[in-house]
Design a protein around this ligand. Structure first.
Ligand SMILES: NC(=O)c1ccc[n+]([C@@H]2O[C@H](COP(=O)([O-])OP(=O)(O)OC[C@H]3O[C@@H](n4cnc5c(N)ncnc54)[C@H](O)[C@@H]3O)[C@@H](O)[C@H]2O)c1
Length: 447
């Protein structure tokens, strides 16, 4: 099928590459000329496992093309995806500017029937807004007879495993009341629906809300566990034992119940905020979402509080090694990353940071530029050199085993603040570390 994807970010680019791999002819359109030129030359602007070979293979086969020419894109695709950003507006609601601009662009150039598919995460009622925008624009160019439908098809991929998630989705939600549109999307997704039925057809509003409900549920699980960790801290319980104790109940399960220093990324924070705003605008007090957000904001300061308790609030002269900058492993995305709150507060208190991340170093440099109080280090070991303590902010696989001798020999003092509970308090104490983590009792160091 001929498909066009507007927006070549995490969602658009991955979705386009995966659809091309399944044999569809996919044109990617973006307004960022630099990004498009780089993509044409085979440079992938984001780090996502498996994406680079997939894009290269499909560009070579001719199934995947990149352009800034919106008119060409609209002509090409019978099915047109909107996969542009929906950042928070000033009041916390989702800013629909980019989505509605694409809707207008499609209507300005279409010459035949189009299936317009909302892939961006958008508030309930956005499909109607897109429909109105298209209708208005078509009327303005005396083309009101052209047919179209707007379908909600939210994306559930996870950054860090986006390609695998799109290749083997756990569900495909098709939100439309038009049988013909549902059939079109069933045809599009048939290659991904062979093993068992994954398609859930529903009305557009339910599809739109399902996406927010999913992300808010996941954010709730994280904030709930983080609150339990704070309680565990005070009562002298071990949140890791509590996690296993509750995860063994199949009604709760083991997924997504690790305590830590809060969620980040481009989705959970803004989606919780957007659903809160929707609820408030409807006169509903979003009690649970308010608590989820508030706990998350506090949790991002959890390690900082421990650092201040340990050293006081004047950290001038102190240097911290920081492992992990991305908001989670396997991505270079630092949007709303807890590591940013940590670094920015450490700098404010006068400390210096020596940071390492397996993939997010360029992104960190792009965000913070050259600063005297930030040293970007090429390896995890070199980040330790001469630091007063180590802070772990992201649970990258390569941080999960600690080379005790190297860490002790490199740090000025054997102190580790672990925001992801990667190590065992007893092992750390036996190895002579002062080890402070999240919701686990501190064991006195053996040395
Ligand atoms: N990132 C995720 O993990 C994820 C997962 C599921 C859903 N989503 C949702 O998908 C949407 C896109 O997210 P993302 O992370 O891919 O965003 P992104 O910021 O990485 O990419 C958006 C892209 O859209 C482009 N763009 C903006 N206006 C355009 C226009 N008029 N025409 C063509 N291109 C245009 C931008 O230049 C950019 O390249 C958001 O609504 C997000 O909430 C994201």
């Amino acid at each position: 099928m001929n498909v066009t994807v507007f927006g070549t970010g995490y969602v658009g680019l991955v979705q386009a590459a995966v659809l091309a791999e399944a044999g569809h002819r996919v044109a990617c359109i973006d307004i960022d000329d630099d990004k498009i030129q780089r993509l044409k030359q085979g440079h992938i602007p984001i780090y996502e496992p498996g994406l680079e070979p997939l894009v290269k293979r499909n560009v070579e086969s001719g199934n995947l093309t990149f352009s800034t020419d919106a008119a060409e894109g609209v002509t090409h695709g019978e099915l047109i995806f909107i996969a542009v950003g929906t950042p928070p507006d000033e009041d916390g609601s989702a800013d629909l500017r980019y989505v509605l601009t694409v809707a207008r662009t499609i209507a300005e150039h279409m010459q035949d029937k189009k299936y317009i598919i909302n892939k961006s995460t958008v508030p309930v009622g956005t499909a109607d807004k897109v429909r109105e925008e298209v209708t208005r624009t078509l009327a303005a160019r005396d083309a009101a007879q052209l047919e179209f439908d707007v379908i909600s098809n939210p994306e559930f991929l996870k950054e860090g495993s986006a390609v695998a998630d799109c290749m083997r989705p756990d569900r495909i939600i098709i939100g439309t009341s038009e049988k013909a549109s549902e059939q079109k999307l069933r045809q599009l997704y048939a290659p991904f629906n062979r093993n068992h039925e994954k398609i859930l057809a529903m009305d557009t509003r339910s599809a739109e809300l399902a996406k927010y409900a999913a992300n808010c549920m996941l954010a709730t699980k994280i904030s709930f566990m983080n609150e339990m960790a704070v309680i565990a801290d005070k009562v002298g319980a071990d949140i890791e034992a509590v996690r296993q104790g509750i995860g063994s109940d199949p009604r709760i399960g083991y997924h997504f119940i690790y305590a830590g220093i809060g969620y980040g990324g481009s989705c959970f924070p803004k989606d919780v905020q957007a659903l809160k705003t929707t609820a408030t605008q409807l006169g509903i007090v979003p009690e649970i979402l308010n608590a989820v957000e508030s706990r998350n904001q506090q949790q991002k300061h959890y390690l900082l509080d421990k650092i201040v308790q340990r050293y006081g609030s004047d950290l001038s002269g102190k240097t911290f090694a920081l492992w992990g900058l991305s908001f989670k492993p396997n991505t270079d995305d630092m949007r709303e990353a807890p590591a940013r709150v940590l670094m920015e507060n450490l700098w404010q208190m006068g400390a210096k940071v020596r940071a390492f991340d397996p993939e997010a170093m360029h992104e960190c440099e792009r965000i913070y530029g050259n600063r005297e109080d930030l040293q970007l280090c090429g390896t995890r070991d070199s980040a330790l050199a001469g630091a007063d303590a180590l802070i772990v902010a992201t649970e990258w696989q390569q941080f999960k085993t600690l080379d005790v001798t190297t860490v002790k020999n490199s740090l000025n003092d054997p102190v580790v603040f672990d925001g992801r509970n990667l190590y065992h308090p007893l092992d750390m104490a036996e190895a002579g570390f002062e080890y402070l983590c999240v919701g686990r009792p501190q064991v006195a160091s053996a040395q």
